[in-house]
Design a protein around this ligand. Structure first.
Ligand code: FE2
Length: 252
């Protein structure tokens, strides 16, 4: 079993820090606090200098990666396929629409996801906590939105996993999302959560979004009509790229 350093704060200390952070930093519906003391590593990695304006966006694009629609296969959106067998866990579908502030669909948008497996373990060298890896699950997927701005993935419901922010710290189950606009420099990254997770109140990452309505917009809803008999559970999560009800992104 992985034991956090003895200097790690307790959950009660983190809870108190969350109360203090909420008191001193009023709810901001537009972006999470970049430096949020209960989310301890944010102290070291939040920007201390103002963002630099990009003088010539087109010049930046010349040196950036190129993403072409032909690179994305229909198989890429089903994380349960492509390996020797079926991954372990609860099969789910996750779908929704990517829209702008006016509710207009954003078509042909590259949507990428990554997630832990059903046991809460990432297929990544940095994740060494003692939960099983799944040889039939990489946890990576991508797709393009259609003309209606809709995306859809078939995957496995991820498990909660421990992290070392404090003693007995567990991340609520979540799926990481990345969206590209029309250019690499427009990339936005966020996380989708599952409804009713008892870990929400303990998680400084989610709590760093200090506006309750904004936090709620990061939680998918269960959609029984999207569930498939004898096959999968359905979750629906729309992504609003900007405006007063935008989805919170980590890089704003
Ligand atoms: Fe994660």
């Amino acid at each position: 079993m992985t034991t956090p350093p003895t200097t790690a704060p307790t959950q009660a200390e983190i809870d108190a820090a969350i109360v203090e952070a909420d008191r001193t930093a009023p709810p901001d519906p537009h972006h999470p606090n970049r430096d949020y003391p209960p989310y301890r590593s944010s102290a070291l990695r939040h920007p201390r200098q103002p963002l630099l304006p990009i003088v010539d966006p087109e010049a930046v694009e010349l040196a950036g990666p190129v993403f072409g629609a032909t690179d994305v296969s229909s198989l890429d959106s089903d994380l349960t396929l492509g390996l020797a067998g079926e991954p372990a866990g609860q099969r789910i579908t996750v779908t929704g629409r990517v829209v702008d502030r006016s509710g207009r669909p954003v078509p042909r948008q590259l949507v990428e996801i990554w997630q832990a497996n059903a046991a809460g373990r990432y297929a990544h060298d940095l994740d060494q906590h003692p939960a099983p890896l799944d040889p039939n699950f990489t946890g990576f997927g991508r797709c393009l939105t259609d003309d209606d701005g809709s995306y859809a993935f078939t995957t496995i419901r991820p498990g909660a996993y421990p992290w070392r922010n404090h003693v007995n710290a567990w991340r609520p189950a979540h799926i990481h999302f990345s969206l590209f606009g029309t250019a690499f420099t427009q990339r936005m990254v966020t996380q989708m959560y599952f409804p009713g997770d008892p870990l929400f109140r303990y998680d400084p990452v989610l709590r760093s979004v200090t506006d309750q309505a904004a936090r709620d917009r990061l939680v998918a809803r269960y959609d029984h009509d999207l569930s498939v008999a004898e096959w999968s559970l359905g979750f629906r999560w729309d992504i609003v790229l900007d405006g007063p009800i935008s989805t919170l992104f980590e890089d704003r």
